[in-house]
Write a protein that binds this ligand. Structure first.
Ligand SMILES: [Zn+2]
Length: 310
């Protein structure tokens, strides 16, 4: 019952108080002033403890940004800097744990530098890189629309700048966008953090200029050359790093290989290597045989797998 419980608490409090006071009275008898100052100190100590407890709780409830004022944390941004929604590249070693939009489960993140290699389900995802291409991109978009398949397009900034209308067509088709650097920089990982950030930001800005409301969920390093630094900067810019599981090497045209042979090779490699959960890499930029291969591959894949846009 609340009343008796309350009374009990009061009694305990009084008992504790008398215990608290008594040693001071009995053990330290000499002089009124000494006793008063001693007990004042103890009361003050109690108040300080209480306040410290309250302050600690308050600090725990605040956001990491405001926490810097109460208690400098190791992972928090520098207290001298104004709180920023995006951590600096130097803080990239320990990125914020909560990044729900770009969170990658351990199952998906088995590519280089923690990049994503699989869909995380049994569904298969198709990705088309290096475009947009004024001839090949509309061809693959038409095929995908006919088959009711959504894919992911990894766009190169300078091609986006040349063909913004194609970015809008990709978005209108319900496909997912991926940043693939401004100029297909295969050595991006060797650049400084500022250069990497500038490249990715410039590319995303061009995509957004073409399609302002489009979400750029992914980043793919050209050649799949992911480094921890590149992955961290992409994450800070809101993009998950996207690798692949199946690479038919459609970009590779060995000497003596005819178009027909090339197309056959791409079909054969995708058919033999695609298993549930695979992310398949192909190119829609200057690869007419790839588009021809997907005329065969799309119906073949659809029969066996659920194809999803990431
Ligand atoms: Zn590429």
């Amino acid at each position: 019952m609340p009343n008796s419980r309350g009374r009990l608490a009061l009694e305990r409090f009084q008992k504790a108080l008398s215990w608290f006071e008594s040693p001071v009275m009995t053990l330290e008898p000499p002089g009124e002033s000494f006793m008063r100052s001693r007990s004042n100190k103890l009361v003050l100590f109690g108040v300080v403890l209480l306040m410290a407890g309250l302050a600690g709780r308050a600090a725990a409830d605040t956001t990491p940004e405001s926490r810097t004022q109460a208690k400098p944390a190791v992972s928090a941004p520098s207290a001298t800097k104004a709180p920023s929604p995006k951590p600096s590249p130097k803080a990239s070693k320990k990125p914020p744990v909560k990044q729900k939009a770009v969170a990658i489960s351990a199952k998906k993140a088995s590519g280089p530098a923690g990049s994503r290699m699989t869909t995380g389900t049994r569904a298969v995802a198709l990705t088309f890189d290096d475009g947009p291409d004024p001839v090949q991109t509309p061809r693959i978009l038409k095929l995908l629309a006919q088959q009711h398949v959504h894919a992911t397009f990894c766009l190169v900034g300078r091609n986006v700048q040349k063909h913004p209308e194609l970015v809008r067509q990709i978005v209108a088709g319900g496909h997912t966008l991926c940043n693939h650097t401004w100029n297909h920089d295969l050595k991006l990982g060797k650049k400084t953090a500022a250069q990497i950030r500038a490249d990715l930001t410039r590319t995303s800005a061009a995509i957004h200029k073409a399609a302002p409301k489009a979400k750029i969920k992914y980043f793919r390093a050209p050649g799949g050359n992911f480094t921890p630094g590149v992955v961290a900067i992409a994450r800070q810019l809101g993009m998950a790093s996207l690798y692949w599981k199946v690479d038919p090497r459609d970009w590779d045209h060995p000497k003596g290989e005819t178009d027909a042979q090339h197309k056959k090779r791409v079909i054969s490699r995708v058919e033999h290597n695609t298993h549930p959960g695979a992310i398949v890499l192909s190119h829609d930029y200057a690869q007419p045989d790839t588009i021809a291969a997907y005329q065969t591959l799309l119906p073949w894949l659809k029969k066996r797998f659920t194809l999803i846009g990431l």
